[in-house]
Ligand binder design. Structure first.
Ligand code: PGA
Length: 252
């Protein structure tokens, strides 16, 4: 059975005091998580250990970094290595968010390297893919996303791909308040699963969690998560509010 996941992506938000407050609220929230219904909190790097500590007694909660560098270690000022994350017992890392692709020029090839190093250090990559508005308007979203998966993931072995979580995040829905419809989300998720099945076989594809991201809120999460191939969400804005995010977790 594949995991259902409510993942938070705080992005570059929160002062230390705000982060403490939000984590404290999450630590006491009433959530229906299980071994197969989990929550992953993607916090800014300076708060990783704080988040780990605050949520240490919260069952089925994991902490994610929002990025890691392609290299093991060395003279790369300002970067964060997968080895560092591993040494802090961080379990997940978001790779290839569209904001990283756009503002930091991360290409599919670079992201393949990041996925590799994450896996090397036993981190679960939450690999993001998704098309811009003009690609959808030209009805090229399926081949565009397929290419992102091929170029960044398809060198992986069966054992490795089973460690990856995929997040489909149409760029036009991120932070815009404009959510993909349930049908649009399901259609793309099914496409992604078919693409994975063609490469790795149906049985493997069925085990990979595919999250939807882009203006997920407490009010639309349950309908989105009810779609056959939508295994949860990667949530930006709404994850900064503990009550709202708790509703989203409980919609799994
Ligand atoms: P949003 O962001 O929920 O604020 O649209 C989602 C994301 O970028 O991961």
């Amino acid at each position: 059975m594949r995991k259902q996941i409510a993942a938070a992506n705080w992005k570059m938000n929160c002062t230390l005091q705000q982060a403490e407050e939000l984590l404290t609220k999450l630590s006491t929230a009433t959530v229906n998580t299980t071994e197969n219904k989990i929550s992953i909190i993607g916090v800014p790097a300076p708060y990783l250990l704080l988040a780990k500590d605050k949520l240490k007694n919260k069952a089925n909660f994991y902490i994610a970094a929002q990025n890691c560098y392609t290299k093991k270690s060395g003279a790369f000022t300002g970067e964060i290595s997968a080895e560092m994350l591993h040494s802090m017992q961080i379990t997940h890392v978001i790779i290839g968010h569209s904001e990283r692709r756009e503002y930091f020029n991360e290409s599919n090839t670079t992201l393949a390297e990041k996925v590799n190093i994450a896996l090397e250090y036993a981190l679960t990559p939450i690999f993001c893919c998704g098309e811009a508005l003009e690609i959808r308007e030209a009805n090229n979203q399926n081949s565009f996303v397929e290419n992102q998966l091929k170029e960044s993931l398809f060198h992986l072995s069966v054992e490795q791909i089973l460690q990856v979580v995929i997040a489909y995040e149409p760029i036009w829905a991120i932070g815009t308040g404009k959510t993909a419809s349930n049908e649009q989300a399901q259609e793309m998720h099914q496409h992604i699963r078919n693409v994975l099945a063609n490469k790795y076989g149906k049985e493997i594809a069925e085990q990979i969690s595919i999250l939807y991201g882009g203006s997920v809120k407490g009010s639309n999460a349950a309908d989105l998560f009810a779609q056959n191939d939508v295994d949860g969400g990667l949530v930006g804005g709404a994850s900064l509010n503990a009550e709202e995010f708790t509703t989203i977790i409980n919609a799994l």
